[in-house]
Design a protein around this ligand. Sequence first.
Ligand code: COA
Length: 415
Amino acid sequence: MSKALAGYRILDFTHVQSGPTCTQLLAWFGADVIKVERAGEGDATRGQLRDIAGADSLYFTMLNHNKRSVTIDTKKPQGKAVLERLIAGCDVLVENFAPGALDRMGFGWERIHALNPRMVVASVKGFGPGKYELCKVYENVAQCAGGSASTTGFDDGPPMVTGAQIGDSGTGLHLALGILAALLQRHQSGRGQKVLAPMQDAVLNLCRVKLRDQQRLERTGTMHEYPQYPDGEFGEAVPRAGNASGGGQPGAILRCKGWETDPNAYIYFITQAAVWPAVCKVIGEPNWIDDEAYATPAARLLHLKPIFARIERWTMTRTKFEAMDILNQLDIPCGPILSMKELAEEPSLRASGTVVEVDHPVRGKYLTVGNPIKLSDSPTEVTRSPLLGEHTDEVLSQFGFSPAQIDALRAERVI
Ligand code: COA
């Protein structure tokens, strides 16, 4: 079956996580992604957090599936000449170098646009225009600068970063969407354009409910669904809300049977208004259905701590999976806290292609997260990441270089 992005060529100048996430998605949708790496070194993540000596790390392999790798020293004049030809023959250039690196290489927007007016040039940077625009940025910096860390964690503790890589992978997702929009616009305009996804902006976009709350707080001085209400105090900025639900339905993480030894024996429990009577019955408090202290959502907001303490006395009598079975039958929204071990072994994720086993010639078999976006007419087959420079000869000959020219470039250590 053909692929959604078949026929599109992506010149992939990305490294580490944010950019590679984006180009991996494009590759999964069928684009030909040509990853340009420095000869001899390659993407720094090939060697980071290695678990097998001499093999590309999981960090690298899990972000670079379905791509081809060419090595070119783009700082040498002959390397620049090779790059020019690749630019002329590709649809998109994606990069996430530190600010200014592409210009220093001699391939700023004006130059690329002159070489190929149809080319879309897509960049991840830490910050957009402003006082931090020249800074180098990694994941946790973006989480801190984008509003995630100040709103994550508990009120009596420091700001926290999350395990979800919203700064890197989150920005990569944003960038992929921008690239597709620019390619669609190119159908009408015939022109490429610049696409910029700053990590701070992407994280803030994912934290928009907290900017919503900032304005609610400024207007009313309080937020009734936050754990600070009714006993604590609110300051000027949105506080950390622990595990409270961000919406109108109060929620909490509660201990389940086995919590004393299993750090993930917990369940997320939502006291959705529509199923409040069912909640009362299942925990053994049927009187709460009509008790005026608990009967309405507004009344319950004054008593969330004792309510969840009582519910927890019930969840602690069941495993998280037993509790799930009972609560789901009653339509009570809840979710088990699943460990990475449980997710890796979950059969339904294997069946859907979200967790995939891949074979690699050096490291052998490993698990990865496959394409989380499913297109009915463009299924994703995850293929292994390329070895460093594995496709240099193949790609260069596709772009018109003769075997003698390729040998000469190799002799000059350009590729
Ligand atoms: N041939 C020759 N030189 C190459 C090359 C190639 N094929 N590919 C890259 N380089 C050079 C670049 O031109 C740059 O040279 P310069 O600094 O002399 O101009 C150099 O390699 C290193 O690039 P840089 O991006 O600065 O790498 P870094 O390791 O110092 O910084 C980051 C890493 C991630 C901090 C930085 O790239 C960054 O801030 N990126 C934007 C934000 C981002 O994506 N962060 C998240 C990463 S997951």
